[in-house]
Every structure is written in structure tokens, then in C-alpha cells.
Design a protein around this ligand. Sequence first.
Ligand code: PMV
Length: 335
Amino acid sequence: QRGGCVKATATAHANIALIKYWGKANEDLIIPITSSLSLTLDDLFTTTTVDFSSLEPTAADQATLDGATVSGRPLERICGLLDLVRERAGIDQPAKVTSENMVPTAAGLASSASGFAALTGAAAVAAGLELSDRELSRLARRGSGSASRSIFGGLAIWHAGDSDETSFADPVVDHGFAQEISLVVLVLNSGPKAVSSRDGMRRTVDTSPLYESWVAEHAGHLREALAAVADRDLPRLGEAAEANALGMHAAMRAANPPINYMNDASCAALQAVKDARAAGFPAWATMDAGPNVKVLTSTKRAAELEAWLQSRLKDSVPGMDTVVAHAGPGLTVTR
Ligand code: PMV
């Protein structure tokens, strides 16, 4: 047993996939069926402190999120990640985990990505491990797949791989293009989601007749998106992202029983995005495991687009919140 177990605090930012992960090839190791490409965001983040020194050696792990005690399945997932870190560090102290979320939790705004990335970074350092970003990405993946991408700032690609060693995210070399793109997040419902991404993925893979065709299209979407990033071509990136997300939701809806994360407000928002495009805005929609719509646009026109969408949707979606998110940084850890 190694001594000197300490405490560390980490901050990780949420990410939104432009080309999605939906479906696991290996559920235990969280190896995805498809690779994915995401943008890490500036204003949506989680700060987590892991302390291996303050509980009695025989105590169970404890966690709070925004001051509330975490229990049940969410606590089990945290303990699962802590166990991987402890195993690797050769320690067995229980941890006290304190987490503050600057993301509406479980609303399809990727709080599990920032949450597990921050937990991984803080736990690894508190346990005395010195891990590379790639190792951190692999570990974070075991908590929540999308967390593998939140280790990195800007654009990140999660290579599906086919084993624990080969499934990790990398930053995408973009020569500053990530700063030129932004997301207008239309918050249509910040309550918890009806079907967890874990259950939703399993059901889609097992029962949707459209899943295979989405996977077949996916490779082309990813290739297009990466070529678009290399060419700094926002319309090309937007078209690939929108087609990929809408295809994923079509596959979900064809599952048995159907999974429908969209509500009336989502449909109105998707129509408004099309209208914005017809009005000359760069604007392409993407959606995750929830009703919110995120609109990819240029950083230059993001504020103008936000105002346009607010006014367009003020009658059909009263009380809609909006957030403009820009490219954000990767994981930071302090002792
Ligand atoms: O990592 P999870 O279980 O939160 O799954 C994320 C799935 C999507 O957000 C819908 C897509 C993605 O690639 O982030």
C-alpha cells in the first residue's frame, strides 16, 4: 500500500458530439461501435475534488453533487471509476468526492462527460498516479464514454478502437478552427431524461432496423467532418453533423419500443434552424439523448443567430433558455 494519498481538484468541460457515439461493441469496457468527433465547450463544466485522506479506512466512498448526497446507481458508477483508479495505484482508501456542476444535469447537455472527466483527473492525481492524457482518456471512458473526449479542449476525436488500449480520444489538429465555431444551445427542457443513454443505446443496437444503416453512413459523416475541419469549411461540417444526428434519432425512433427524445419544442426548434439557414445564417442542428437542440454556427454570427432564434421561437416555445457555447479547454487538475 502506497502512502501519501492526498486530495486533488479537477475541472473538465462538457463536450457536444458533432459526429455521434451511440452504441457499444463492449458494454463492460465501453468500447463504442463508432468513432466520434466533438467540441469541448467553455461555459459548461464540472469541478470535482477527490479526497482519499478524510474518511476512516473501513468507510464506504461518499459523494455529493452540488451539495446533495449522491446514492444508488450514480454513486455505484462513481465507485466503479474510483475502484479502477485504486486498483491501478495499489491503494484501498475510500474517497470523499465533492462535485459542482455548471451544466444542467442529465438533460442531454453532457454532464456525464464533464463529470467523469473531472472525477478521473482528480482521482488519478489524488491517488498519486501520473497518467498521460491518453491514459486519462481511456480511464474516463470507463465512467462514461463521452467523458473520454472531455480530457481535451477544442475538437476531439474518440477512436472507437477494439480494446481498452485502443479506444481513446485525441485532440484534432485544427489550426484554430475550433475558435471559429460555436454552438447556440436551445434549452427546451432541463429535467432528467426519460431513457438513459445506456439503455437507449442497447435498445437501439438490439432492435432498431435502422441502426446498421446509420453505422454504415457514419464512416462517411466522420470523413466529411474531418475533411471539413482541415479545410475550415463550416457548411460542410454542419451538413455532416446534422445528417449524423438526425440519422441517429431516426434509428432511435425505429427501436422497439421506440425511443423518442424529441418533444414538440424540439421539432419547432429544428424547423427554426432550417428557417435560419434559409434566411442566410450558418446554422445546423444537432441533438443528443434529450430534447434540447444545439445549433452549430460561426462564432462571428452566434449572438445574432441566438437573438434570431429567440424571437422566432418566442410564441411556440415560451420560456426557452439559450446559451452560446464556444470552444473550451481540456482537463485541468490542481493538488
Ligand atoms: O457517454 P454517454 O453515455 O453520456 O453517451 C453520450 C451519447 C450522446 O451524447 C448521445 C452522443 C455523444 O457522442 O456524446
